[in-house]
Ligand binder design. Structure first.
Ligand SMILES: [Zn+2]
Length: 202
């Protein structure tokens, strides 16, 4: 593995549960990370790991854990994911455009001590079993209508789900990570897309 990548292991603070390594919460319906030999393993660039460790005092204090649903994504895996769901709006057009392929992005949510995910407006990746089936068969209309729920600016009443999303954002920004509006679970290094962080081959 590339010398700049550090592995995040499940422990008292982190839960590694890579979405594309199993079929549980996987929009593509294919265990791509198993297929390519990565399996359920989470690697991130060491600069990202430095920041992520800074959430530990918060997790300790609130008796929470941080679930890692995606981290470093081998370019090969990205191409495969894009093949399975080619429609625009799902996966970046090329590995170059995905910070996951540079090791500078993670998809995360907070869980309680037992590892049960807190409530959010959607699951990570806006996963939903019915929409997943539709999307895999090429129908995206229903899912695209549902997707605004995954946005940071989606708000209805002050529900626990919205509060949890806002608290996660506050936490991740407090350690210097950036968010993107359309995926509440995605955080990356502010310069994660720059030449400082080239694509990492698997
Ligand atoms: Zn992401």
């Amino acid at each position: 593995m590339d010398k700049n990548l550090v592995e995040i292991k499940s422990d008292d603070y982190f839960i590694v549960d890579m979405m594309y390594a199993s079929l549980k919460n996987n929009m593509t319906g294919v265990a791509v990370y198993e297929e390519i030999g990565l399996g359920n393993r989470a690697f991130v660039h060491r600069d990202l790991w430095e920041r992520l460790q800074q959430v530990i005092p918060y997790l300790k204090g609130h008796k929470l854990k941080l679930k890692i649903g995606d981290a470093y994504r081998p370019p090969l895996a990205h191409k495969r994911l894009k093949e399975i769901i080619p429609q625009p709006g799902f996966f970046a057009a090329s590995p170059e455009r995905s910070q996951h392929c540079r090791g500078t992005a993670v998809d995360v949510c907070l869980c309680d001590e037992q590892g049960v995910e807190l409530e959010y407006p959607t699951k990570m990746d806006a996963f939903d079993a019915n929409y997943a089936k539709e999307v895999q068969s090429g129908q995206t209309e229903g899912f695209l209508k549902y997707l605004p729920k995954a946005h940071h600016d989606y708000a209805d009443a002050e529900t626990p789900a919205i509060k949890n999303r806002q608290e996660l954002k506050r936490l991740m920004e407090s350690i210097g990570l950036s968010s993107i509006n359309h995926e509440w679970w995605h955080y990356n290094l502010p310069e994660g897309n720059s030449d400082k962080y080239p694509l990492i081959e698997f």
